[in-house]
Ligand binder design. Structure first.
Ligand code: COA
Length: 174
């Protein structure tokens, strides 16, 4: 299924202070939508590029099997992995899932070469649309304590600290 990006925001003008001349200048910040990127539901053929992207983005952990995480998500009736695809192939992912109460997002990643161009924002907008279409009224996500610098990114997108402690317990032996 292809995500409809036609309601994407138009190119965004960013105003920046030019310190040398003390003048204000404005520059066009190219948005991912405007350079041909598309966002699609990924299938099993993407397992290797997805794993590579998650590894270079620092999202994999020894106790998680990324291939299994990916294949389980694309196989589930209420989950999936959306991929941002550019001319060079896969440049971003976000995993989505609806548990019947809340919508959840995992494995948001943008290839280092494509960061700060609106790809992460576009993926989160697509995740929100996907979850809305699947019945979720609220989206939640978890940020590792070792990755708290990313909270500024989510703050730009309107996400707030839910002031909740997440507890976990393995239900199977690894
Ligand atoms: C977090 C991540 C997905 C952001 O992707 P991105 O494509 O660079 O983000 P965007 O270009 O869409 O940025 C959207 C907004 O957030 C801001 N932003 C992006 N990264 C930021 C950061 N580290 N700190 C503060 N602001 C940030 C951008 O300036 C932009 O602001 P604006 O649109 O209001 O001008 C990317 O840095 C990444 O893959 N990081 C490694 C994996 C990771 O940590 N994932 C999250 C796990 S919880």
């Amino acid at each position: 299924m292809r995500i409809n990006c036609s309601n994407s925001p138009s190119p965004k003008w960013r105003f920046a202070r030019d310190r040398s001349s003390a003048l204000w200048r404005c520059e066009l910040k190219w948005r991912a939508y405007d350079v041909g990127m598309r966002i699609e539901n990924l299938d099993e053929s993407f397992v290797t590029p997805v794993r590579t992207l998650w590894e270079v983005s620092g999202l994999t952990r020894p106790w998680n099997n990324p291939d299994r995480d990916y294949l389980d998500a694309i196989d589930g009736p209420a989950s999936g992995v959306l991929g941002a695809l550019g001319d060079s192939g896969l440049i971003g992912t976000v995993m989505v899932g609806y548990d019947g109460h809340r919508g959840w997002v995992y494995y948001l990643a943008v290839s280092p070469d494509y960061r700060n161009q609106g790809v992460g924002r576009a993926l989160m907008e697509s995740a929100e649309n996907w979850l809305r279409e699947h019945g979720a009224r609220k989206l939640q996500l978890m940020v590792r304590h070792t990755n708290e610098s990313v909270i500024s990114f989510y703050d730009r997108l309107g996400y707030e600290d839910a002031e909740t402690v997440v507890l976990a317990k393995w239900l199977e032996q690894s």
